[in-house]
Design a binder for this molecule. Structure first.
Ligand SMILES: C[S@@+](CC[C@H](N)C(=O)[O-])C[C@H]1O[C@@H](n2cnc3c(N)ncnc32)[C@H](O)[C@@H]1O
Length: 252
């Protein structure tokens, strides 16, 4: 009898915890939805997320920043010999990095398979307001199709994508698969749980030897966590409004 009571109680509290967790996740998600579009200095949009207290990109220029950091220092550096370039993005957000990668893939006739990870996907009404297709001269339909790709989908002849709506912390990425990782989480001050040695070790394992992880943060704790996870670091000069950023190479 006591055992039964105990077991029932444990079950009840397990259910309670489960629903409490779901509720807090939902509340967090709703709070994540207090998100407003902002025009940055190069004329491209970004979003301001009230909960994180941060913009999704630099207010000095969203497209300019993404091109400088992720495309030039990531994709250009890895272009040479891969038949299919495998790219992983942590923090898919508006999909700007993915759209710039699509353009890069078509411009260079380089096949790219892209995997985007996003724990809090935006509403369609939010991302369809972004002016990226217009600025980058890409059909808006391709941008929308990209956002809907929860299964691997070929968007253009050289670019396919899958977006996983999942927390980075729950991810176990395939080992030795990726050539380039865009690590584009909110800052380590607002989301320290994203920037840990443990998480970076998973990403190190996911890269091929010589593969690179690019991130905009140069914070001491980030550099230490990346080094402890086995990466070799380079500081590169940043875009307007940012002195420097990091390229971390996985040498195996
Ligand atoms: C700086 S914004 C990313 C900007 C994005 N790369 C873009 O081009 O719009 C950070 C993103 O990380 C997402 N995020 C927050 N926590 C996350 C988690 N635990 N796992 C995966 N993504 C997360 C946010 O919802 C947000 O979209």
């Amino acid at each position: 009898m006591f055992c039964f009571f105990f077991e029932q109680n444990t079950k009840i509290s397990a259910y309670r915890n489960f629903y409490f967790q779901k509720l807090t996740q939902k509340l967090y998600f709703c709070a994540m939805n207090s998100i407003t579009p902002v025009i940055t200095k190069d004329g491209s949009h970004t979003l301001y997320n009230e909960m994180a207290g941060e913009h999704y990109h630099s207010v000095f220029g969203a497209v300019q920043e993404s091109e400088h950091i992720f495309i030039r220092a990531g994709l250009d550096a890895k272009r040479t010999s891969q038949d299919v370039l495998q790219v992983l993005e942590i923090g898919f957000g508006t999909g700007l990095n993915a759209l710039l990668t699509l353009k890069w893939a078509e411009d260079h006739r380089q096949q790219v398979q892209y995997l985007g990870i996003e724990a809090f996907p935006l509403d369609e009404t939010t991302y369809e307001q972004m002016n990226y297709p217009e600025i980058l001269h890409i059909k808006p339909l391709l941008y929308l199709k990209m956002h809907h790709s929860t299964m691997q989908q070929q968007i253009t002849p050289d670019f396919s994508i899958q977006i996983l709506h999942e927390k980075f912390q729950n991810l176990q990425p395939e080992k030795n698969r990726f050539h380039v990782i865009f690590f584009d989480a909110f800052s380590p001050d607002s989301q320290p749980e994203m920037w840990t040695e443990e998480g970076f070790r998973e990403l190190h394992n996911a890269l091929v030897s010589g593969g690179v992880l690019i991130t905009y943060s140069c914070k001491g704790t980030v550099k230490r966590a990346l080094k402890a996870a086995g990466f070799q670091l380079e500081k590169l000069p940043g875009p307007p409004g940012k002195r420097e950023f990091l390229r971390a190479t996985a040498l195996k």
